[in-house]
Design a protein around this ligand. Structure first.
Ligand code: NAD
Length: 300
């Protein structure tokens, strides 16, 4: 069956994601929807100019009912953070948007993979799992993949080794309480701390966590990193690559969603892996869990 990707919300993140998917050549069809139908129409027309050079055969404006039947549904609709604003402040308004979208999509393709991007992504992923009734393995959030890549990029810059060869994960909330699992990060099997002092690594992790604020300070929104992460995640699903990706997934022990490295297959999350942490990191992860538990209590 030709693969259909749907993107809900064609603002900065949604439109860039559509372009990244188009350029990655894994989807037969890309469907877009936005509450602002004219903006969406403009994006579809503009993106259709890029079809000639790529393998995707169709890009179209759709209804929420139609996108509910896609193979992979990516939700980027909602308010974005303003300068200096933490993602957690977006909960109330974006919960209502997710609710309306999911209700209108019903009945959703029972085999669809639903990827939540809208912030605060962990709590909204949990909420989407609750209201879609899709199996939890089919509903996950973009989580800390982007944060993990920001961390790896800064480490790579520092030591002159390609970021692809650095194995390091950011866990927990995709937000201010995220935890860089530095004690178990490795390069060619050796601890990262053999390459960089722990204090310097901590400073790099802080810089990676703050990067979103820096980008928003300059250009008001972020789009390229998240769009690339989403295209790569779709590719992993479509080709059943079984890559390990830190995504926001359901953690039964705490009844919340947060990021842990997960094996992603064609049907969604195959399993979630635990990363060894030192005592300081464990404490920070517990704080991140507590924050996500508090946010869950604020769901209406
Ligand atoms: P944006 O304002 O540029 O786009 C949001 C779009 O959502 C707009 O086009 C708007 O019309 C649309 N929308 C709003 N309500 C809708 C509804 N009910 N149905 C359909 N469309 C609707 O914002 P953006 O910069 O693209 O960010 C979108 C979301 O993604 C924000 O919540 C942002 O915080 C989040 N984000 C997440 C990550 C991540 O890593 N998880 C990264 C970047 C942005």
């Amino acid at each position: 069956m030709p693969t259909k990707i749907a993107i809900i919300g064609t603002g900065s993140v949604g439109s860039t994601t559509a372009y990244a998917c188009l350029m990655s050549n894994f989807a037969a069809e890309i469907m877009l929807v936005d509450i602002n139908e004219l903006d969406c129409k403009g994006e579809v027309l503009d993106l259709s100019d890029a079809l000639f050079f790529n393998k995707t055969s169709k890009i179209s404006q759709a209804t929420l009912k139609q996108v509910g039947q896609a193979d992979i549904i990516i939700v980027t609709a909602g308010k974005a953070q303003k300068k200096g604003q933490p993602r957690s402040e977006l909960l109330q308004i974006n919960q209502q948007i997710i609710k309306q979208i999911i209700e209108e999509m019903h009945p959703i393709n029972p085999h669809a993979i639903l990827i939540i991007v809208t912030n605060p992504v962990d709590t909204l992923t949990l909420y989407a799992q609750q209201i879609t009734k899709l199996p939890k393995k089919q509903v996950f959030g973009s989580g800390t993949l982007l944060d993990s890549l920001r961390l790896r990029n800064l480490i790579a810059e520092k030591i002159g080794i390609a970021e692809q060869s650095i194995h390091a994960y950011v866990l927990g909330e995709h937000g201010d309480s995220q935890v860089a699992a530095l004690s178990s990060a490795t390069i060619a099997g050796s601890p990262l701390t053999n390459f960089i002092e722990k204090s310097e690594l901590n400073a790099i992790a802080k810089k990676a966590q703050q990067k979103v604020y820096e980008i928003i300070q300059y250009k008001n929104f972020t789009c390229y990193g998240i769009a690339s992460c989403l295209a790569a995640t779709c590719e992993n699903i479509i080709f059943n690559q079984k890559r390990i990706i830190p995504v926001s997934c359901y953690i039964q022990e705490y009844d919340i969603c947060m990021s842990m490295p997960a094996i992603i297959v064609a049907q969604g999350i195959k399993s979630v892996l635990r990363v060894p942490l030192d005592s300081q990191e464990s404490k920070k992860l517990q704080d991140s869990i507590s924050k996500l538990e508090d946010m869950k209590r604020n769901l209406q």
